[in-house]
Write a protein that binds this ligand. Sequence first.
Ligand code: NCD
Length: 359
Amino acid sequence: MRSLIDILDLSVQELDGLTDTALDIIDHPEKYARACEGKKLATLFFEPSTRTRLSFEAAMYELGGHVIGFSEAASSSASKGESVADTAKIVSCYADIIAMRHPRDGAALVAALNASIPVINGGDGGHCHPTQTLADLLTIRREMGRFDHLTIGVCGDLKYGRTVHSLVGAMSRYEGTRFVLISPEELRMPDYVLRAMDEQGIPYTETADLDGAIPQLDILYMTRIQRERFADPAQYERLKDSYVLTPALMAGAKADMAVLHPLPRVNEIAVAVDADPRAAYFRQALNGKYMRMALILKLLDAAKDPAPQASLPADGPSGWRCHNRRCICQTEQELPQTFYRAGDGVVRCAWCDAVAERE
Ligand code: NCD
């Protein structure tokens, strides 16, 4: 049984395979119109979403399948106190595959460990968002024609923006990738993402200056400042207008630079930029549907083989605690605090990847 929790669960070959399938779906939709006949996708959305949920639902319908689910925690038994683990077991009785979004880091892994059907992570807190990265990859392939030798600027809320964490992981595996990390000091990329780049020898620079960085970029990936993840509303107010991409800023960019954004946009891209042919973000949202179709096909096919499910690291180090207040281990009933030692020797929480502290 395969699930998709983290984009690195998929090899580069598998990512290439998914983009090939998506391109074939675009060219020959009729070939796929009955591919999931009789199958049900459960969309479990404990947190608001437009694109991710609706594109999953549209994807399943276009494959000839059915969709059940809920679009807010208040209309599920989570509001009665049901755990993620129990919800995953119950939904396994009713559906063939789950797409889930949850406000807590690590929630999708808990679901995958307890479900008997594939689980797709549609965003877990500020942690990962692998299917957005699938949309991003198809967009890069269609806009740039390649994945290698690209200088990628990621701009905005790099601390809480789960989409950029997954994007950096995926693009770090291609040759010649360079990152320019553009954010205010308070919203810098988390240390676990930086360390992963260091370990792989991926060149990156950190700056607060979008104007200065833009001329060197092949791709500019804008993100929203993630208001809902700030503990201090005053800090959000101070940082919310840190970056606004305007036609004047675009004048300094390469003629073939692509602008991506996972959306929703608040005001970090001026509406006037939408008319610029380099603005790829609405095409990116459409690409997300095709990649989700390809992913559903792949995981339902893999589910025919009862191979082992997602598992926790065996014999993890003990005597540590997770202090990430957004981690699922802080709220889920009887969930063991579990840790692993990363390649750099640092002990991290197995659920949310945050650096652990001594008990
Ligand atoms: C993103 C998300 O939910 O993390 N949206 C999306 O899925 N397209 C980005 C965001 O909310 O800012």
